[in-house]
Each structure stands twice: as C-alpha cells, then as structure tokens.
Design a protein around this ligand. Sequence first.
Ligand code: GTP
Ligand code: MG
Length: 256
Amino acid sequence: MEATSLETRMRAFEAAQDPLVPPGGHIVARLDGRGFTRLTKHTLDLERPFDLRFRDAMLSTAEALMRTGPQVAYAYVQSDEISLLLSDGPRAFGARLTKLCSILAGVASAEFSLRMGTAAAFDCRIVSFPASSDVTDYFLWRQSDARRNALGAHCYWALRGLGKTSDEATDGLRGLGSKDRLSLLGALGRNLDARPLWEQRGVGLCFRMLEKLGVDPRSGAKTVALRQTIQRDAELPVGDSYATYVRERIASGKCQ
Ligand SMILES: Nc1nc2c(ncn2[C@@H]2O[C@H](COP(=O)(O)OP(=O)(O)OP(=O)(O)O)[C@@H](O)[C@H]2O)c(=O)[nH]1
Ligand SMILES: [Mg+2]
C-alpha cells in the first residue's frame, strides 16, 4: 500500500475516535486523584484528616493547570479534586476532547508528583453545561461535597484516635446523617467551627491583573505594566453568597 493512502486510512480511524468538545456550552474539567485514599493513608506521611503540604501541592497543581493553555475563568480545589471552568473550552486544542483531557491529566499528575515526591496520577472528565446557572449549581454541588467529606473525615479520624480500627470507625459512621455526625464530633470534644474554613469550603483560584511600576531605561519615564497573577481564596463564602461569587467569575473570567 502506498504511504499516502496508508496515512489517509489510519487518520480516518483516529478521527473517528476523536470526539469534539460540544460547541456553545460552559465547559468544566474535573480532575481527581487516582487511588488517593491509599496514597494519603499508606504512602505519604500526612496530617489527618487535612494536611497543609498536601493542600498546597493540590493548589500548585491547579495553578499549573491554569497556565497550561486553555483559559481558566475559575478553579476550585477540595480534597483530591480540581475543577476548572474553561472560558475557551470549546476552542482549546482544536476542541479535541481526548487531547484536552489527556494533557490536563498529564500536567496534573506530573506537577503533583513533583510537589509530593512520589508518583501520583489524576483522571479527568469534561462536562459541558448548557446554562451558566448549571455552572453555578455545579460549584455549589462540589462545595457541599467538600463539607460532607470534611465532616466524615473528622469523624473517622476522631474515632481512629480513640483506638478504633479502620473497619470499626467506618462501621460506626455508616448510616449517620450530618446532624448525627456533628453530634458525635461534639460528644468527642471536637468543634468543626474551630477548624480553618478551607477544610470544609475548599479553595478558589482566579487570575488577577496587577500593575507593575517600572522605569523606561532610555527615557527615565515611569512605566506601568500589567502582570497576570493567580489569587488563592481560602475563605470562600457559602450558599447564596458563593453562588454570587461564582457568577461574577463566570461573567468576568477573572477575580473581581
Ligand atoms: N491525610 C489526608 N488525606 C486527604 C487530604 N485530602 C484528601 N485526602 C484523602 O484523599 C482521598 C480522596 O478520596 P476519593 O477521591 O474519594 O477516593 P480515591 O481513593 O482517590 O479513589 P478514586 O478517586 O476513585 O481513584 C480521601 O481518602 C481523603 O481522605 C489531606 O489533606 N490529608
Ligand atoms: Mg480520588
């Protein structure tokens, strides 16, 4: 077979399995650490249930993703997951879904592994939301997941601290709703309200333009250059205030 017809035939197979990001929607990418329960419990030596070095590695990973190529209007980090609202999602990497997903997962895996000094991997999924209100609901949903995870994790490690085995602690929490879990924590002398806000609310990241003052070396005139920095917000609002906060980022594509 001639080389060009072989290429045409092979390219057709590749193209048939290379879906495009749906046009016109609001694109969110969510990356999640693969097998991080094992990694955080057995491989790494971490504070439990929350660890600042782990959190900072996740935030650095989110920042690396924000600088990868696709424009990120807002990033949200909680536990081992990172959500990115892509403002040019339908266009990045020729809108090729597998290319977008694999590059984001690859960058996240590499950055986090370098930060923590051990091999770690992330998966990535892409969701296209038809309306901006769906995007707001999405981030409210992930934040409520952060709250539920934080409550569960504090209860679990409080029980472990009393000498319970992993199975006993898990069984002890099975079927307990949020109210019961809060009561349990209270009975064990722990107060979630005394913990840093980021544990229950996650951390938001967005781009901010900063003015950098300088001097033109030839004329000596004062100059102002704009520099793009990433702002981390570890004290996010909740409920309606968080919905407004997310809406502002969807509208402007950056911090307010
Ligand atoms: N010690 C510690 N563990 C953390 C921290 N943040 C997240 N984790 C753990 O990371 C794990 C994330 O869980 P999941 O993403 O649900 O589960 P997974 O094991 O990663 O499984 P898959 O995502 O399905 O591959 C949980 O076990 C959390 O307790 C932290 O700051 N400190
Ligand atoms: Mg995970």
